[in-house]
Design a protein around this ligand. Structure first.
Ligand code: F58
Length: 856
């Protein structure tokens, strides 16, 4: 038996052993779910070894550490990704064959961790991957929501939200971490006091105390040298102390479970008072838990608080954890007896803030009264901070109360969280160049005047490990064979793909890979339908096929992202209606068959976007059933978009739609995943598209259209945009509005009402310039179909696009943060420590290898 065979034999035996220990049943007799758990537990061994070695390495080196605070993560499934990251996947495939299980089934056995809404949460997860891969000492903090983002079902074209109980089944990657659990106080009254150096302090009495139990998940870096950092998630659920039995005895179950419920749901609706209170409770739970853990770790290594500045950096992912700005100051003065100037010095050095949007409605503001009642100490601290910063500003800008009005953290009965961040944080970054510029000109204009040195940019990126290595093995192999396998961790290698963009064999191979990914996707969608509806007929009616075999050469056009007005799925829907009209009237015949696929969730309370889902589904139904149009065009809406679905959709795309109103998409991140998987971008000059275009080169980026940010902002400032003018000037647009109000698409009254609402909205407001950009969009889409017919040129363009993607690896983003914001150094995993820990495992391993294993 050679070394590789011995390893495989060991792994098989290990899996069999785990099956017996965990389930008391031989592996072959387990259910798929049990098999998946068994494999997870077996795979965990090497990861726990690396985790222990990482911890010991950090303990030895005592490096500066990053504490990343985010209310959201969207990690995607862990098991297969982790196996890939520890370089065990090739062997694992052989194990799967020998043990007769399907890797896909194992992957599907777990639910997606549903801990985030969209881009912001997914970005946090890409960053966790890169931090571990690049050996940066970092811990992520978040919440373990019982019900994460809702599960979306589409029933008769309507979005129905159901609770996603992703944690129902146990997940073996999540482990209780009692040493990081924390006590968190809410409500109560303040008693004045002084600390040991005479600074005024406030002590809380008569408060409610909640235990935040901590659970940790290994964040597994890629490759032989990857570190294993931790993601620590707090939960209040299963803690007996959090259940107020006295309230229960008095007949008030709601009061009894008030604190066990804090982490029940991801961002509960903020439309009602209770919702707001829960959200604020969640935010403080995370902040308090994380900061307590941070100090615990710090005092394990040091006893001098003046070192905190050198040893700790904290990143706030949006303002959701902004209370940390007040809490860090408060803890330093109240619990660690620093002077206020020293606390200020530390906090303003350690904290940093990333902004993800310029949308006013997304900037967090809390009612002062609620804040004061729930978090009296933090409110007191904010008042002191505000007094201080306003005094300072008044000193430097006398008689300028207008400025104070704009920068005061407390204004009009609200606590402005972004303003708190701007005053306290050391660095404030946007997520793409355009966005970082825009925040200094719009929402943070006054702060930019006060603190220009704080503002910087870090353009987003995505991890190439999940977003091509895992989800697109065929294309990954093509990269191995062209630019060499180093691309997985060396994003700069991608430029070398330019050399292959004119190589006929490579182009042909690229096209074949795309075709095969499309086929794989269609088969997957068909099985989904079958599972949900008992029959896959409706799916096959929705896609191009011959006898339930996907047709070849179809153009796949994807728009997959959260539904929002500014993302303008509406414009895509209207474009499809126009296309329908032209095909029906025979004024235009698409040069290639086009398959448009939408996916994305709408916030439960976002009525207009729920109407839009109805519209897209109605358009889909109408087009797919029309015998004149459906031979050329098909449209489907795929329910319940999440990370795992994205992994299946993106490798099959020919183009992606990045068509936001210029200026409103801070960055976007799916554009990078599409590009990496060889899809071209149809879009506006917005967010990171501008930088991607620059990196790829204009000639290879031909499908840009629409108004620029300057045009849009000019029109907004002048209030000069009148959607009615578009309707009057363009018969096609008029036709669209009339069609929405007609009986063409609607099949029942609710649909008719929804489409009429959309028509009125477009006609009277159209705040995101849908009608304004629509016609140039429509033409660009047609140009795109035409371009697709030249297969050779298309393949060349795709390869040129991939060659430009390197810069948009989250590894590069993390290097930028490390250098420009965190001043963080890499700490390579100590190989001697790793070997020592491995030895302990081997010495205690009772598993003997059965030499006949390959013969059975
Ligand atoms: C997104 N924001 C941006 N927010 O929209 C996107 O352009 C950017 O690429 C991405 O962040 C990463 O920087 C985003 O996802 C949310 O999901 C918020 C969650 C909390 C409520 C408001 C939306």
């Amino acid at each position: 038996m050679d070394q590789e065979e011995a390893l495989i034999a060991y792994q098989i035996q290990h899996i069999r052993q785990v099956a017996l220990i965990e389930f008391g049943t031989p592996f072959d007799e387990l259910t798929i779910r049990e098999k998946a758990e068994t494999i997870t537990i077996a795979a965990r061994e090497i990861i726990l070894i690396r985790q222990a070695a990482t911890k010991k390495t950090y303990a030895k080196e005592k490096p500066k550490k990053l504490y990343y605070l985010s209310l959201e993560y969207l990690p995607g499934r862990w098991t297969i990704m982790n196996i890939i990251n520890v370089l065990a996947f090739e062997n694992f495939k052989k194990v799967a064959t020998l043990m007769n299980f399907s890797i896909d089934e194992i992957e599907e056995a777990y639910y997606d961790p549903a801990l985030g809404n969209g881009g912001l949460g997914r970005l946090a997860s890409c960053f966790m991957d890169s931090l571990a891969t690049l050996n940066y000492p970092a811990t992520g903090y978040g919440l373990l929501y019982e019900y994460g983002i809702f599960k979306q079902e589409i029933i008769y074209g309507t979005q129905i939200e159901t609770a996603e109980s992703w944690l129902d089944r146990r997940n073996n990657w999540i482990r209780y971490a009692p040493q990081s659990s924390a006590k968190v106080q809410y409500n109560g009254e303040l008693r004045d006091g002084v600390n040991k150096v005479g600074e005024a302090t406030h002590t809380l009495v008569n408060y409610d105390e909640v235990t935040a139990q901590c659970f940790s998940v290994p964040m597994v870096g890629y490759g032989e040298k990857g570190s294993v950092n931790l993601l620590k998630l707090f939960s209040t659920r299963a803690m007996a102390k959090n259940f107020k039995i006295s309230c229960f005895s008095a007949g008030d179950l709601a009061a009894a479970t008030k604190y066990t419920q804090i982490t029940s749901v991801l961002y509960p609706s903020d439309a009602v008072e209770l919702g707001k209170e829960y959200r604020l409770m969640q935010e403080y739970l995370l902040v308090s838990g994380a900061l307590q853990d941070l100090f615990r770790e710090f005092f394990q290594d040091y006893n001098d608080l003046s070192l905190l500045k050198e040893k700790v950096t904290i990143q706030l992912n949006d303002t959701h954890p902004a209370i940390a700005c007040a809490e860090l100051l408060r803890i330093l003065v109240r619990d660690y007896h620093t002077t206020i100037p020293m606390a200020w010095e530390i906090a303003t050095h350690c904290l940093n803030y990333t902004n993800h949007t310029i949308l006013q409605e997304a900037l967090e503001k809390w009612d002062e009264s609620l804040f004061r009642r729930l978090l009296p100490r933090q409110m007191k601290t904010i008042e002191l901070i505000n007094q201080f910063v306003c005094d300072e500003v008044r000193k430097n800008h006398p008689y300028n109360e207008d400025l104070i009005h704009h920068i005061s953290i407390l204004q009009d009965g609200k606590v402005h969280m972004a303003r708190l961040c701007c005053h306290i944080c050391s660095k404030i970054n946007g997520v793409a160049k355009l966005h970082s510029e825009l925040i200094t000109e719009t929402i943070f204009k006054d702060f930019y005047k006060l603190y220009p040195q704080k503002f910087t940019n870090v353009t987003n990126g995505v991890t190439f490990r999940r977003w091509v290595l895992k989800c697109n093995p065929l294309l990954s192999k093509l990269f191995d064979d062209t630019i060499g396998p180093g691309w997985v961790t060396d994003y700069e290698k991608f430029v070398n793909l330019r050399k292959f963009s004119d190589d006929p064999k490579i182009k042909q191979r690229f096209l074949e890979i795309k075709e095969s990914n499309k086929k794989r996707l269609i088969h997957y969608l068909a099985t989904l339908r079958k599972e949900r509806e008992g029959s896959d007929d409706s799916l096959w009616a929705g896609v191009f096929h011959t006898n339930k075999e996907p047709e070849q050469g179809i153009f796949f056009d994807l728009q997959i992202k959260r539904l929002h007005e500014y993302k303008r799925q509406m414009m895509n829907a209207l474009h499809l209606l126009l296309l329908y009209k032209e095909i029906k009237e025979k004024s235009y015949t698409p040069p290639v068959k086009k398959f448009t696929l939408f996916a994305g969730k709408s916030a439960a309370s976002y009525a207009l976007m729920k109407d839009l889902i109805r519209l897209i589904c109605a358009i889909s139904r109408h087009i797919n059933q029309d015998s004149d149009v459906s031979p050329h065009l098909r449209v489907i809406f795929v329910a319940n978009y999440n990370v795992s679905l994205a992994e299946k959709l993106i490798p099959a795309a020919d183009v992606s739609q990045q068509i936001s109103t210029a200026g409103f998409e801070a960055s976007g991140t799916s554009l990078f995943k599409f590009c990496l998987n060889g899809a071209l971008l149809v879009g506006t000059l917005d967010g990171a598209t501008i930088e991607l275009k620059e990196a790829v080169g204009d000639d290879s980026f031909p499908f840009i259209f629409g108004a620029t940010k300057d045009e849009i902002f000019h029109k907004i400032d002048e209030r000069s945009y009148k959607p009615g003018d578009e309707i009057n000037q363009h018969p096609n647009i008029r036709w669209l509005i009339e069609t929405l109000r007609s009986d063409l698409l609607a099949t029942y009254p609710e649909e008719k009402e929804a489409f009429c609402r959309i028509a009125s909205y477009l006609e009277s407001k159209d705040p995101y310039f849908t009608l304004f950009d629509l016609l140039s969009y429509h033409e660009t889409q047609k140009k795109c179909l035409q371009a697709f017919t030249d297969r050779d040129r298309w393949a060349h363009l795709c390869l040129m696009n991939i060659a430009g993607i390197g810069h948009f690896s989250s590894d590069r983003s993390i290097e930028d943060y490390a250098k420009n914001i965190w001043d963080l150094k890499k700490v390579p995993l100590n190989q001697q420590i790793l070997e020592e820990i491995k030895d302990i495992f081997v010495a205690n391993d009772k598993c003997t290898i059965d030499p006949t294993i390959f013969k059975k």
